[in-house]
Design a protein around this ligand. Structure first.
Ligand code: FE
Length: 134
């Protein structure tokens, strides 16, 4: 299981950029398409921007046309926490980082094979660790 990371709001504010803070700590959503990783093609591992936990591999990233970086499977479900989200008159599944409790995005069941799942993430909640195989 992931080790829990607990910081004060002041610590988070100092540690994160304003965009990262708004998403990770306040549950915000960045605009579709106008975000860092929606069209990212490099290989590597996407880590939580709050705590560095490995979340998604570029191997499971696909173009969902939603405007947000989308994955069909996480590196480990243990790294994530799933919470029912009834905001905005919808029932959705919120995806949070299990270690720092940061808001990452939402989970939908309209993804591609083999899982059929779509992990719809906010770019600013993640940091890509590019594979340096070139
Ligand atoms: Fe985290």
């Amino acid at each position: 299981m992931a080790e829990k990371i607990e910081l004060t709001e002041q610590d988070w504010k100092e540690r994160l950029t304003p965009d990262q803070y708004k998403i990770l700590r306040q549950g915000g959503t960045e605009p579709p398409f106008a975000n860092m990783y929606v069209h990212e093609k490099r290989d590597g591992v996407y880590r939580c921007a709050g705590c560095g936990t490995q979340l998604f591999s570029s191997e499971t990233k696909y173009d969902s046309k939603s405007g947000w970086p989308s994955f069909w499977d996480p590196i480990s479900k243990d790294a994530l926490r799933f919470v029912e989200d009834r905001s905005f008159g919808m029932v959705r599944v919120e995806v949070k980082c299990a270690a720092c409790d940061g808001h990452l995005g939402h989970l939908f069941d309209d993804g591609p094979n083999p899982t059929g799942m779509r992990y719809c993430m906010n770019s600013a909640a993640m940091e890509l660790d590019p594979a340096d195989d070139e």
